[in-house]
Write a protein that binds this ligand. Sequence first.
Ligand code: SF4
Length: 219
Amino acid sequence: MDGYEKLHNYIRGVDSFKNAITLFKSLKNIDTIEVLFSYTISKYNNNQFSKAFENVKEYIPDISIADFNFNIYETSSIYYMNEGQRLKTEDRHALINEFLFLNSLLKKQKSNNIEQKVINKYVELLPLYVNDGRTPLSCSAARSSFFIDPYGNVFPCITWNKKLGNIRDTDYSLKKIVESGNIDDIRRIISEYKCPNCWTPCEAHPSIITNVLTKHINL
Ligand code: SF4
């Protein structure tokens, strides 16, 4: 979900707003499934979350901000295939007011749900990331998670095009790839913030949890 109906359909390039609403409502009826709208913030929908939320509310009257997960628009040559379309610095800086607004809405949620707290922390740190252009917390990629593409290629994360090996060459053993490669160098580069730096939830959420467990931050 990337905006109110007209904006969402424009950004997605297809008329999918109502399909997203229908799917959300169907999945919400299944007790064992936790479902969230994923909302990607970019220069194309900057400062439009309120309008999108009100539009969703017309179809789902009891919708709340806790039904949304937020992302910042990122680029990746191995996952989004949109390298070269990185937002300009001024376009990223222009998003800060929307981040602060979302943070103020999320802060009003008195939830003890860990997943909600992780989402809140992710949004809280977005202005820092946009200001510095640097990942706001020590990243746990290549430790707590890896990215494997559909062809079996293994990377530290969805952003960094740094191939570590192919899982088809190791009898589908990730452990063999990790142990045979230069994983210590990769982890050092990440810890020195010399990787491409990003704040994509796929790795940001595990990184937030890792930083809580190592007592570098609180939720
Ligand atoms: S900060 Fe981003 S680019 Fe760097 S290792 Fe973590 S997920 Fe990958």
